[in-house]
Design a protein around this ligand. Structure first.
Ligand code: PLP
Length: 414
C-alpha cells in the first residue's frame, strides 16, 4: 500500500492523484501467456468506438469471422466470446451440456482440471481419462471410457496443454467421440495460429482459443468455432443453458446474418483481433506455424547446450511452450525472480504436478523471434551458475544461432 493511508486503509486524496505515474516496465514476455501484442494491433484498438449494432460494425464482425474461418480452417461458424480463454471454455461446457449430463474429460494438465471444476459447478457428471503431465492421452483408454459410458454426451481434450507443454492428436480423439455419438470439444488457446488447427478436417464440434497467445493480441477475447451439429444440439436442448451471457446460440445469432441484439460487444478488442488476424493473413498461416517451429528448435538447441532437459517426450513437445526440468540445485522462484529483476524477462512457473520442478518458456506470436531466444539463453548462462548449477560459457547462444543458420526461421512481419 501507499504511505498516506487513512485509518480504514483507503488511499488518500493525494495518493489518488499520483496513480498512473508509475511507468509500466518494458518486459520480454516469454511466459505461457500473455505474449507481446503487435504495435499494429494496439494502434488498431485506438480507433473510434462505434455502436455494436451499427451496420459499419457488422462489416467488422463479418471480416473477423472470415479471417477466423482461415485460422480455424473451417467453413462452419466462427465468432468470439467476450472474455478470456476461460470464457470460451465455460461457454462450451455450459452450452453443450445440461445439468445431469455426463462428459468424458481427457486429463493431462492444469487446464483439463479447470474444465472439471467448471463441470462440477454446472452439475455435470465427469468421467476422467487421466495421464501424467508431460504425456498424451492413450486413445485406447478413451475408447474404453466411451464403451463403459455409452451415455456420455461430450468428450473434451486439450490440443496444446500449456501447463504440461504437450501437443495432442485431436483428430484421433475426435473420431473416437463421434464413433460413440458424443460431441467433441477442444481447447486451442495456445495452439491457434502457432500450430495447425484443422477444425473441419478433425470434425471438432467446438473449439475455443485465446487472443493473447499465438495471435499476439491483448488478453480478453476468445475466438471460437462451432459445428453445425453442435449448434443444432444447443437449439434442441431440453433446458436453456445456465448462462445467458455465454450462450453460444445467442452469440451465434448476434454474429449471424440477422445480428440479433445480445450484450454490448467489446468493440476495441474486436478491432484489435481483426488487425491481429490480418497480420496472420499477411505472414501466411503456414509460415507462422513454421516460425514457431524453427524458433522453438533454436531454443531447444540452446537449452541442450546448458544441459537442461524437458520432461516431455520429443514427439509431443509444443513449439510455442517449452517445459524445462530444473536441476535439483536450482530454486524456481529464485531463477524466475533473477530473470525478471535483472533482465526484465518473464518466464512461467510450473503448475499442478509440475509446480516447483520446471520453468515454462513461451515463444508465442510477437514474442516468438530469435532475438528473444538469444536474450533468454544469455541470461540463463549468467544466472544458473550463481544458483549453484554450472553451465558451459558461451555455448547456448552459439548452439541456438547455429541451429538457426542451418535451418532459418521466417522473419515475423510487423
Ligand atoms: C492460457 C490458457 C487457457 C486460459 O486462458 P485465459 O485467457 O487465461 O482464460 C486455457 N487453456 C489453455 C490451454 C491455455 O494455455
Amino acid at each position: 500500500m501507499t504511505t498516506n493511508q487513512s485509518a480504514n486503509g483507503a488511499a488518500s486524496e493525494a495518493d489518488l492523484l499520483n496513480f498512473g505515474n508509475q511507468p509500466v516496465p518494458r518486459r520480454v514476455i516469454l511466459g505461457p501467456g500473455p505474449s507481446s501484442a503487435s504495435p499494429r494491433v494496439l494502434r488498431a484498438m485506438s480507433q473510434p468506438i462505434i455502436g455494436y449494432l451499427d451496420p459499419a460494425f457488422f462489416t467488422v464482425l463479418d471480416e473477423v469471422s472470415a479471417l477466423l474461418d482461415r485460422v480455424f480452417i473451417t467453413n462452419q461458424t466462427t465468432m468470439t466470446v467476450a472474455g478470456a480463454g476461460s470464457a470460451g471454455m465455460e461457454a462450451g461446457l455450459s452450452s453443450l451440456l445440461e445439468r445431469g449430463d455426463k462428459a468424458i474429460i481427457c486429463v493431462n494438465g492444469f487446464f483439463c482440471e479447470r474444465q472439471i471444476l467448471m463441470c462440477e459447478r454446472l452439475g455435470i457428471e465427469v468421467v476422467r481419462v487421466e495421464t501424467p503431465y508431460g504425456t498424451t492421452v492413450d486413445p485406447q483408454r478413451l475408447e474404453d471410457a466411451l464403451n463403459a459410458n455409452p451415455d456420455a454426451k461430450l468428450v473434451s481434450a486439450i490440443h496444446a496443454e500449456t501447463s504440461a507443454g504437450v501437443l495432442q492428436d485431436i483428430n484421433t480423439l475426435s473420431a473416437l467421440a463421434h464413433d460413440h455419438d458424443a460431441l467433441f470439444m477442444t481447447d486451442v488457446v495456445t495452439s491457434l495460429a502457432g500450430t495447425p488447427v484443422e477444425f473441419d478436417e478433425w470434425e471438432v464440434d467446438y473449439a475455443y482459443g485465446g487472443s493473447q497467445k499465438c495471435l499476439a493480441a491483448p488478453p480478453g477475447i476468445s475466438p471460437v468455432a462451432i459445428s453445425d451439429r453442435a449448434l443444432d444440439h444447443i437449439r434442441n436442448r431440453k433446458t436453456l443453458p445456465s448462462s445467458w451471457y455465454l450462450d453460444l446460440n445467442l452469440i451465434a445469432d448476434y454474429w449471424g446474418p440477422d445480428h440479433v441484439h445480445h450484450h454490448t460487444s467489446p468493440v476495441s478488442m474486436i478491432y484489435g483481433l481483426r488487425e491481429a488476424l490480418m497480420l496472420v493473413a499477411e505472414e501466411g498461416l503456414e509460415t507462422r506455424w513454421t516460425r514457431h517451429e524453427k524458433v522453438a528448435q533454436a531454443l531447444r538447441a540452446g537449452l541442450a547446450a546448458l544441459n537442461l532437459d524437458s520432461p516431455v517426450d520429443e514427439s509431443n513437445r509444443l513449439n510455442q511452450l517449452t517445459v524445462v526440468s530444473l536441476p535439483d540445485e536450482v530454486n524456481d522462484q529464485e531463477l524466475r525472480s533473477a530473470l525478471l529483476d535483472e533482465y526484465s524477462i518473464e518466464v512461467g512457473r510450473g503448475l499442478g504436478q509440475f509446480a516447483g520442478k520446471v520453468i515454462r518458456i513461451g515463444l508465442m506470436g510477437e514474442s516468438c523471434v530469435p532475438a528473444n531466444v538469444f536474450a533468454l539463453l544469455g541470461a540463463l548462462e549468467h544466472i544458473l551458475p550463481r544458483l549453484g548449477y554450472e553451465v558451459p560459457s558461451g555455448e547456448a547462444v552459439a548452439a541456438a544461432s547455429k541451429t538457426l543458420a542451418a535451418d532459418p526461421a521466417p522473419v515475423a512481419t510487423i
